[in-house]
Design a protein around this ligand. Structure first.
Ligand code: 4NP
Length: 163
């Protein structure tokens, strides 16, 4: 079992979108049973809340249901329970690296570094912008999700169970 935690600032826009898109992709590829997928925020402002309605709407247009997700804050325990902790932007990455306890196993990376050939490294924060920002988040997250899944399969960390 491989565990993946997606992290942004508020856990109501970008990281729940990543959780939903990646989960959906893993189900379609028949590998969902070998993964544990979650998301969290570096900040605690929105803990317990559902994703932003604009994120839910944008994902629903691609048949991805985010409505049951609830925000939580990253904890120190996450660095020992997750294999991959993937940050949406460089601020999230710096915050995660500064809170990672010594000797913990989690690999902390930028999520977009898993998208092959992509020049952008940050998923832009769509919270204070318009609806098009949420569509852009979906596009970036979809590319990085495909790259991440390819990476995990190539390393033999996940295998398909189709029986
Ligand atoms: P997220 O977006 O980090 O993608 O969930 C944000 C959500 C809320 C806030 C900022 C970014 N906020 O300032 O409340």
């Amino acid at each position: 079992m491989v565990s993946v935690l997606f992290v942004c600032l508020g856990n109501i826009c970008r990281s729940p979108t990543a959780e939903g898109v990646f989960t959906n992709m893993c189900r379609k590829q028949g590998v969902a049973d070998s993964l544990y997928i979650d998301s969290a925020g570096t900040a605690g402002w929105h803990v317990g809340k559902a994703p932003d309605a604009r994120a839910v709407t944008a994902a629903a247009q691609q048949d991805i249901d985010l409505s049951a997700l609830r925000a939580r804050q990253v904890s120190q325990d996450d660095f020992s329970s997750f294999d991959y902790i993937l940050a949406m932007d460089e601020d999230n990455l710096a915050d995660l690296r500064s809170m990672q306890p010594d000797g913990t196993q989690a690999r902390v990376d930028l999520f977009l570094d898993y998208a092959p050939g992509m020049s952008v490294r940050n998923v832009p924060d769509p919270y204070y912008g318009g609806d098009d920002g949420f569509v852009q988040v979906l596009e970036l997250v979809r590319a990085a999700s495909a790259g991440l899944l390819t990476h995990l399969i190539a390393r033999g960390e996940v295998t398909a169970h189709r029986d």
